[in-house]
Design a protein around this ligand. Structure first.
Ligand SMILES: Cc1cc2nc3c(=O)[nH]c(=O)nc-3n(C[C@H](O)[C@H](O)[C@H](O)COP(=O)(O)OP(=O)(O)OC[C@H]3O[C@@H](n4cnc5c(N)ncnc54)[C@H](O)[C@@H]3O)c2cc1C
Length: 381
């Protein structure tokens, strides 16, 4: 516990010297894509030719983990299983069989102590492991690798998930009850590029809830953990390979994903599944400034107003919300432009969260590229 606190981003800050250590340089301030998405050797969208049932998307992460284990590249995978009490909750695991690896697929959208199983791997004297985690896990892991000699003797590969709006376990059911008409049967949930939350139910139906029609109380920044509202590495830039979906095209009959190969180790992980992927180039127009500027005033005031009250009612009826989501998915940013929009939206939201709610953390937490991005929008620092 003490070790994790010492290596935590709230002590060391996001990116900065860690990025320099891993890549030999920090992201380039004159490269708009690198500023948002982090340093990568290659980016593309793809889906598995044979998607893995019950994975979050097509299952690229679990398939890489499976192949890394089968090929002997790693002896164990530090990841999460679903807890028995609630399928959205997690249980840290050191997966050491293909069955255990396959059982780790799917999102557990709650804060999770992934690195707990690192201890088990050390105790078992493993020499080659794969760690799958969010950016906060990978940052702490990179710090551990520097501080602890026993980890320096281990070959560690990492796969990063993009991560945002994660929640505390004790808040999860309260939030789900306000999102879904049938929280008890929900089994899969994702915030999608069509500006709706897609909630899958156990009978196979998909409930689509427009972001704009959520009850107002879900827009209260206070319901999210401070750690997530102070996150400045949505796309997991210190992982060897990041696998998400943000810039992928949303199609009704496919589950395309977005892959960012960051390091040589990331390339080796990708090589394990390359033949199993159908690849597509990134698509979409980069520009999204006008959509960001439509939101900035509202974001800044909601971060400032800490005593505001939030009604349990919807401000916008669901049918109007669907219409707005439809209009935005037709005319709004897509592909790479959607990823640009989403990264900037969250960086801006988090900057003002920290500025107004934990100002003493501002200097430590915020990496320098965030200020350059705010300046692009003429926003006050
Ligand atoms: C809270 C949350 C928010 C996310 N937001 C975005 C987003 O905005 N944009 C985007 O592109 N992607 C986001 N993702 C990642 C995305 O949903 C998929 O996990 C990713 O695209 C991989 O899909 P897959 O089918 O390859 O995953 P799978 O093969 O199903 O594997 C998923 C892996 O992620 C691990 N995992 C699940 N939950 C957690 C967790 N809480 N902490 C650490 N590891 C976990 C699993 O144990 C498993 O190893 C988010 C994930 C989470 C948990």
């Amino acid at each position: 516990m003490q070790e994790s606190i010492q290596s935590c981003v709230f002590k060391n800050g996001w990116l900065g010297k860690r990025e320099k250590k891993l890549f030999g340089r920090e992201r380039k301030p004159d490269n708009p894509e690198e500023m948002r998405f982090g340093i990568a050797q290659e980016r593309f969208t793809a889906q598995l030719k044979n998607p893995l049932p019950d994975a979050q998307w097509s299952g690229i992460i679990t398939t890489i983990a499976h192949r890394a284990f089968e090929s002997g590249m790693v002896e164990g995978v530090v990841t999460l299983h679903r807890s028995e009490e609630n399928r959205f909750f997690s249980q840290p695991v050191l997966a050491m069989t293909t069955e255990e690896i396959d059982a780790s697929r799917g999102n557990k959208p709650v804060l999770s102590p992934v690195l707990r199983s690192l201890q088990t791997a050390v105790r078992k004297k493993l020499k080659k492991i794969l760690v799958i985690g969010a950016a906060c896990h990978i940052h702490v892991l990179r710090d551990f690798q520097e501080r602890f000699p026993y980890l320096q003797n281990m070959e560690i590969y990492t796969i990063g998930i993009p991560c945002v709006d994660n929640v505390q376990r004790n808040q999860f059911n309260w939030i789900l009850e306000r999102m879904s008409k049938s929280p008890g049967t929900a089994c899969h949930m994702e915030f999608m590029q069509d500006f709706r939350i897609h909630i899958k139910h156990t009978d196979g139906t998909v409930e689509k809830v427009p972001f704009f029609s959520l009850p107002e109380e879900l827009s209260n920044p206070g319901i999210f953990p401070e750690s997530c509202m102070g996150c400045f590495d949505y796309l997991n830039s210190l992982s060897d390979i990041t696998v998400g979906y943000l810039a992928a095209k949303l199609l009704p009959d496919q589950n395309r994903q977005w892959v960012m190969v960051r390091t040589e180790k990331g390339r080796k992980l990708l090589d394990l599944v390359n033949d199993e992927l159908t690849r597509y180039p990134e698509e979409g127009k980069w520009e999204c400034k006008k959509f960001i500027l439509q939101n900035t005033e509202r974001i800044i005031s909601s971060m400032k107003e800490q005593k505001a009250s939030y009604s349990p009612d919807r401000k916008i009826p669901v049918w109007v919300g669907h219409l707005l989501s439809w209009m935005l998915s037709m005319s709004g940013p897509k592909g790479i432009g959607f990823a640009h929009y989403s990264v900037d939206f969250h960086l801006i939201r988090h900057y003002y969260y920290v500025k107004y709610r934990c100002p003493e953390q501002l200097t430590v937490l915020v990496p320098r590229h965030v200020r350059s991005i705010l300046q692009e929008y003429d926003l006050p620092l």
